[in-house]
Design a protein around this ligand. Structure first.
Ligand code: SF4
Ligand code: SF4
Length: 191
């Protein structure tokens, strides 16, 4: 069981995760509708970019290769899900799959693969291809993949700039850092 030391007491990742999700969901619900509309539009673009990356991998049989491999690259996903990824789910009105922090591998990895839809998986997950998949991409396709990756990175950057915060270290750590400060994660319009 993993745990974080948090304001002098030890709490589990599960407890911290639940508080973090509730905090971001609460802040998101309290945003002005124009801000939520901006978020819906940009996170929709994020999902489109992820869909394009997944399509490239699927075209060369990535789905079957990864199914046989059963997620070797998913050993460490604990901090891959960020505030931005949670916003993607909230804006799309999709429940974020519940992580299982009792396992040694990524908490979103089940026996049938990742709990998350490919269009909602974290940045690190959708932009990684091991050499078994990467080696099947023809050079122009590989270039296209990396162009979409750059676009996706820029979109994540836009969301961070808009909300005046840095989220790439993962939701658990972003939340812990916010609680150690003024508790605010979505700093839009705030100093
Ligand atoms: S990208 Fe490679 S290591 Fe990761 S699940 Fe697919 S085949 Fe396995
Ligand atoms: S979130 Fe999904 S794709 Fe990413 S490491 Fe975890 S199981 Fe793998």
């Amino acid at each position: 069981m993993y745990a974080l030391r948090f304001r002098g007491s030890v709490v589990t990742d599960k407890e911290t995760w639940e508080k973090a999700v509730a905090a971001v969901a609460g802040e998101y619900a309290a945003l002005a509708s124009a801000v939520r509309m901006w978020t819906e539009e940009r996170t929709s673009a994020i999902r489109e970019a992820k869909k394009a990356l997944n399509a490239i991998s699927q075209e060369v049989g990535g789905g079957e290769i990864c199914a046989v491999c059963r997620g070797e690259c998913c050993a460490r996903g604990r901090h891959h899900v960020t505030v931005t990824d949670l916003l993607v789910h909230l804006a799309a009105r999709r429940p974020l799959p519940v992580p299982d922090f009792s396992v040694d591998h990524c908490p979103w990895l089940g026996t049938a693969g990742c709990f998350m839809d490919p269009t909602c998986r974290p940045f690190n997950c959708v932009t990684f291809n091991c050499e078994r998949v990467e080696g099947l991409l023809e050079p122009p396709v590989r270039e296209h993949f990396y162009r979409v990756e750059r676009d996706l990175r820029a979109l994540y950057g836009e969301v961070e700039d808009f909300f005046g915060n840095r989220f790439m270290h993962g939701l658990l750590l972003s939340y812990e850092r916010a609680v150690a400060g003024d508790g605010v994660l979505l700093r839009v319009g705030k100093p």
